[in-house]
Design a binder for this molecule. Structure first.
Ligand code: UDP
Length: 239
């Protein structure tokens, strides 16, 4: 069940449907990749064929933010936004009940240590078998350690496109697992970065809150979203 946007396929699930599919993939026979896609990633995919290919081969591609929802709306398709941070949290909560082994890779050392501490305190039964900060030079070392621990759920927070590449390259190496890129989620879970208040989350305007509270983000977000929407409209006209 998917919709196409600028040459990439995006899954059109409700939050609960996506959770169920992800849980099945956790029990699957291979490494599966979940991408939570945003307009910046479309920009990267346009310039970088390898990255586009990673998204095309991903087992799940979820519409993370309001940008993708708006883009799809312009082509006449309605999808439910699935914020990666909420999706990953629910996966942790739901799989903790059956003791699924979890690994987390990414963020600064003090951030991941604090995030792990808080997650373990908050989620009963959570079985984190491995974690490592996101500042390493040799991917192979981390793959080796992951392979040894055989987690079934792996959260990777290296920012995009690093995390998608890290997961893609792990596909041929690791034992069956579900791997998901979670961007800045560890910064939020550790308490180092505040999540936008509920109002912004519900209205899909978290980006606005972030731009105002972290003005350095303005440069990153501002041209991307309008340019992305213009590209969607131009592509639509060509059809
Ligand atoms: N990060 C990392 N290693 C790197 C680069 C980034 O672990 O080499 C971490 C960074 O500390 C942050 C996360 O990746 O916790 C996401 O960064 P950012 O907010 O820039 O990514 P976004 O979610 O906006 O893609």
């Amino acid at each position: 069940m998917g919709v196409e946007l600028l040459g990439l396929n995006i899954d059109n699930y409700t939050f609960e449907e996506a959770l169920n599919v992800a849980k099945k993939l956790i029990d699957g026979q291979k490494v599966s990749q979940v991408v939570t896609i945003n307009p910046e990633m479309f920009q990267t995919a346009e310039k970088d064929n390898n990255f586009a290919n990673i998204i095309k081969e991903a087992e799940m591609v979820l519409p993370d933010g309001i940008g993708i929802k708006l883009g799809l709306k312009l082509t006449g398709v309605n999808v439910q936004r699935i914020p990666g941070i909420d999706f990953a949290k629910r996966l942790l909560q739901d799989t903790a009940r059956s003791g699924v082994p979890v690994a987390i890779v990414g963020a600064k050392e003090e951030v991941i240590t604090e995030a792990v501490k808080r997650l373990e305190r908050e989620i009963g039964g959570l079985n984190i078998v491995y974690y490592h900060n996101g500042y390493f030079n040799d991917n192979q070392e981390i793959y080796n350690e992951l392979k040894q621990k055989s987690p079934k759920l792996v959260l990777v927070a290296l920012g995009s496109p690093k995390q998608e590449e890290f997961i893609y390259n792990a596909k041929k190496i690791l034992n069956p697992a579900l791997m998901i890129g979670i961007g800045g989620s560890l910064d939020v879970w550790s308490g180092s970065v505040k999540r936008a208040p509920k109002f912004f989350q519900k209205t899909g305007t978290e980006w606005l809150y972030r731009v105002v509270t972290q003005p350095s983000r303005f440069k990153r977000i501002f041209p991307t979203l309008p340019l992305f929407l213009i590209r969607v409209l131009t592509a639509k006209e060509k059809l």
